[in-house]
Design a binder for this molecule. Structure first.
Ligand code: ADP
Length: 175
């Protein structure tokens, strides 16, 4: 049996999974980093879809997640979640990051999606320390999967080899 969590190095926009997760900002109207890459690859239909969600629901609070179409991406849908901005660690950052992962997994499952890919949420512009963020990602995803049938497989996408090695070590330690 293939492992339920796999570490992948590279560009999340290229993955042929059911749903990819975007590390969005509360406006949902696009930004830099992985958000910019996803919008560029998906094309203008994604921004239009985000604007509709924004009009209906307002901003997306940190820890929450919303789902849209995926435009030109190989994925079928995009889940936009907002991670915490790192403010030193005593502003609920860890809890909010866990919620971002959990709510994204729950939204994928609610839409019957079997495969999902996450970027390293909050570890770019939002400044969350990478090792701590990776530990939260692996632990939260593992906990979620042990109790539920969907999603069946989760890809943690690292943009660089160093982060991928960090994730791989944590995953191996988890056994
Ligand atoms: P945040 O604002 O949540 O910190 P960023 O987009 O700035 O989001 O960064 C989140 C992570 O996504 C970083 O580790 C960054 O290296 C990574 N990243 C950037 N572009 C891509 C991409 N195309 N595919 C996968 N990961 C990416």
């Amino acid at each position: 049996m293939k492992p339920q969590i796999e570490i992948v190095t590279g560009d999340i926009t290229t993955l042929p999974v059911d749903v990819i997760v975007n590390a969005a900002n509360p406006s949902l109207l696009g930004g830099g980093g992985v958000d910019g890459a996803i919008h560029r690859a998906a094309g203008p239909a994604l921004l239009e879809a985000c604007k509709v969600v924004r009009q209906q629901q307002g901003e997306c609070a940190p820890g929450h997640a919303v789902i849209t179409l995926a435009g030109n991406l190989p994925a079928k849908a995009v889940i936009h979640t907002v991670g915490p901005v790192w403010q030193g660690g005593d502003h609920q950052e860890a809890r909010i990051l866990e919620e971002a992962y959990r709510n994204s997994l729950a939204l994928a499952a609610a839409n019957n999606y079997r495969t999902i890919a996450f970027p390293a949420i909050s570890t770019g512009v939002y400044g969350f320390p990478r090792a701590a963020a990776a530990e939260i990602a692996i632990r939260t995803i593992s906990d979620y999967l042990t109790r539920r049938p969907l999603p069946e497989r989760v890809y943690c996408v690292c943009y660089d080899e160093e982060n991928a090695r960090l994730y791989q070590r944590l995953l191996t330690q988890q056994g």
